[in-house]
Each structure stands twice: as C-alpha cells, then as structure tokens.
Unconditional design. Structure first.
Length: 305
C-alpha cells in the first residue's frame, strides 16, 4: 500500500515494504494450489488491473486519512469481478490512518462532537490539544468521512481494514496514536461493520505500542505485510497477530502488484438437508351399501377414488 511519504515522521524507519505500481493488462499471479487476491488504490488509477483475482481490497483514501481515492468507483466495479473461492469477502476496503496533531493538520477536533452528535470518548473530553482524547475524535471523524463521504455504498456490509504504516504522520505519543486507531475502529463498529488491521508487528509496535487490555483493537483480525512470495505468504500465516486475541486472516506479498493470501480456510459446504419424511397415504374409507334388511355395511369391493 502507498501512503503520503511527505507526511511521514522523519525518525520512524520504514519497514521495507515495497510500494506497488500497476502494470498495464496485468495478468493474475500464477501459484498452483494457492488462491490469491489483490489490493489496489490510487497508485493504480489509469493503469491496468489484474484479472481473475479471488478477492479484492480497495483503498478508499488517496494516501492519507483526509484524502479520497479518485478512482474508487471504477476500482470497486473491478473488485466486483472477483471469482471467490476463499473465506474472504469478494470486495473489502482499506483506509489510511494517521495522527497528524503535531504537524499542523488542516483540521483537528476541539470537542467530542462528530456530525452533530456527542461521541462517547474513553479518553475524556477533547479540548483541541494533541491529546489522546482529541486523537480518538480525529480517528472517529476520519472513519465517519470514509464511510459516508467517499462514495462507499452500504458501508456496514463491507469489511474495513485500517492501514497502519509508519509512512504516514504519527505522534510521538503512542497512547494518542492508539486512541486515533481506536476511534476509527469505534465508528465502523458502531455501524455494524467488520474491522481489521493491516500492518507489520514492527510498524504497529512503533506507532501504537502496547495496547490497553480494554482496547477495542484487541481481538481484531490481522492482515500482515512483509512476505516476498506465495510460499512465504503462506508461512506468514503462523506469525502472531497484531493485537491480543486476534487472528492472522491475510498475508501480503508484493511484486508488480500487491497480492494477498487468505490464512483462514473456507467454511466447509453445509451438509445436504435430509429429504422430508412423507407420511404414507391413509387407506381409503369403505363405501357403505345396504343389505336386504336395509342395514348399511362397508363394501370393500367398490374401488375408492
């Protein structure tokens, strides 16, 4: 994935993940026995997109949280052509994260209000400072904009991945950074959307540090970057998740494009439903006839309809 390098904190080291650029008429990665997906975003605008991908993850932003991917509609249409075959949704989304409080952002919250509502804030009241309380509201607001102002239809029905990379702007305060990411997750969770985290253990540790046990990031699915081939992507599935109680759901490797391997096997097909039990038909009632004395008696010799 690509982030806005100009916004980076100078002293944070990049984790060595190559940034992809799409090749025209890109062919699907051939890897026998391994179903792969692709993630794309603004760097692929105007370029060729892969075909035959098992699943797709499309970036909503243009490299930093307050930006938009100008090709989102086109890329979502491409994503809908995913062929399936894994446990991953055919179309998922990812969003850029960051905490630019110390770098003079164009906008920074000064209260707990978002979209004419007061947001419950586990860090207290935002007062406009570079605090964890304001970072939480910043993240919450960015996620609100991603879901409601970027052109995403039915945001609650999508899987949303939070892209946490050192290439974006972050505070020296790891607690505030964690609060920012928690705020993003909180909004998406509030609308019923599934949320996961994309990063490496190295980058996530530098940015957010050790999370509080009550953090809403604990237990989320992890999408790990850093593999170099389909084979090492499979191996990376056994790495620890990014947060406590989570599970590694996806791993990524990069060539000309970003490719992703699903670590969670597809659910087995449901067993066929048993045939309904049909009760045997009831025997027909006999026809009543009269004998010579005028008494009525059943006559079994008359066929019944």
């Amino acid at each position: 994935m690509k982030t806005a390098k100009l916004m980076a904190v100078a002293c944070l080291l990049l984790a060595g993940i190559a940034t992809p650029f799409s090749a025209a008429n890109a062919a699907p990665m051939e890897s026998p026995g391994v179903a792969l997906g692709n993630d794309i975003s603004w760097p692929q605008c105007g370029g060729g997109l892969p075909a035959g991908q098992s699943f797709a993850i499309v970036g909503v932003n243009g490299g930093w949280p307050e930006s938009a991917n100008p090709c989102l509609a086109e890329q979502l249409q491409w994503a809908a052509s995913s062929v399936g075959g894994t446990s991953q949704p055919a179309v998922a989304l990812y969003v850029n994260t960051g905490n630019p409080a110390e770098f003079g952002p164009a906008w920074w919250p000064s209260s707990n209000g978002v979209a004419n509502a007061t947001v419950p804030n586990p860090y207290g009241t935002c007062d406009g400072s570079a605090s964890a309380a304001c970072a939480y509201i910043y993240g919450y607001t960015m996620a609100f904009q991603d879901a409601n102002q970027r052109g995403v239809s039915d945001p609650a029905k999508h899987m949303w991945w939070l892209d946490v990379e050192t290439g974006n702007a972050w505070s020296w305060d790891k607690v505030a950074n964690a609060a920012d990411i928690e705020g993003m997750a909180a909004y998406l969770q509030s609308i019923g959307a599934a949320v996961g985290i994309y990063s490496t253990s190295y980058q996530f540790g530098i940015i957010a540090g050790r999370l509080h046990p009550d953090s809403n990031l604990n237990g989320l699915k992890s999408w790990l970057a850093g593999a170099t081939s389909p084979e090492t992507a499979v191996e990376l599935c056994s790495a620890p998740p990014l947060t406590a109680g989570g599970v590694v759901a996806l791993t990524q490797f990069t060539t000309d494009l970003d490719y992703n391997y699903s670590c969670i096997p597809p659910a087995p097909p449901a067993p066929p439903k048993p045939a309904p039990v049909v009760a045997p038909p009831k025997p027909p009632a006999p026809t009543l006839t009269e004998d010579a004395s005028g008494k009525r008696k059943p006559d079994w010799s008359i066929p019944q309809s």
